[in-house]
Design a protein around this ligand. Structure first.
Ligand code: NDP
Ligand SMILES: CCCCCCCCCCCCCCCC(=O)OCC(=O)COP(=O)(O)O
Length: 163
């Protein structure tokens, strides 16, 4: 929460007065698909990204009258050091390159999409494939089914540890 949510909130609050004064500016937040849906074993991460999404959605409405745009980017997996750098629940370094991350999109490709989205002042952009995109709709339109799918995913992900 400190890094993913409170840090960007503090930075935004520090910069906003000058943007409002100039009646011009653009706040860009890097959220995640997990700012829209919550997947098993990511409670802290998903909570921080949902908080980012909510903060920005409030801000967007409030700042429109001041000429300041707000873009929330919600990428799927990207091939970065995210999982290597991640901190585990006990505070230790996770230090593993997750398969999902290793199979993710190339950062340069995502960066190109980000530039296009920001340049076009898009408000809310999911930069992910079909499955996450469908999952986001499923969470809203058929939450019971979505929760069953997530519970099944949790059981499968737990198997190697419990076996
Ligand atoms: N990779 C993915 O699959 C996805 C990533 N994202 C989001 O993209 C963003 C970038 O992540 P990604 O590049 O993948 O991950 P990395 O771990 O590769 O990079 C994280 C970056 O954040 C910096 N950082 C970490 N902690 C702090 C801190 N406390 N204060 C200041 N800077 C800090 C690191 O700086 P330093 O190198 O100096 O330590 C590093 O530059 C994150 O918000 C992540 O949630 C969203 C969806 C998918
Ligand atoms: C076409 C039929 C689709 C049916 C939908 C079934 C539901 C499947 C669930 C899909 C879940 C996708 C999760 C994506 C998560 C994601 O992209 O996270 C990106 C990150 O932020 C990476 O963080 P992490 O720490 O998890 O590596």
């Amino acid at each position: 929460m400190e890094t993913n949510y409170f840090g960007p909130v503090a930075l935004t609050k520090a910069l906003l007065p000058s943007m409002v004064q100039r009646q011009r500016g653009h706040v860009v937040a890097v959220s995640s698909v997990q700012g829209k849906i919550s997947v098993p074993f990511r409670s802290a991460y998903a909570a921080s990204k949902h908080a980012t999404q909510a903060f920005c959605d409030c801000l967007r409405a409030e700042l429109e009258q001041h000429g300041v745009a707000v873009t929330v980017l919600s990428p799927g997996y990207i091939r970065t050091n995210l999982s290597l750098n991640a901190i585990a629940a006990d505070g230790s370094r996770y230090g593993v390159m997750d398969e999902t991350t290793a199979r993710g999109r190339l950062p340069a490709d995502v960066a190109r999409d980000v530039l296009a989205a920001v340049g076009g002042k898009q408000q809310d952009v999911v930069l992910a494939g079909l499955v996450p995109a469908v999952a986001i709709y499923l969470r809203t339109l058929a939450p019971g089914l979505f929760f069953r799918l997530m519970a099944s995913r949790a059981r499968k992900e737990q198997k190697p540890k419990d076996a």
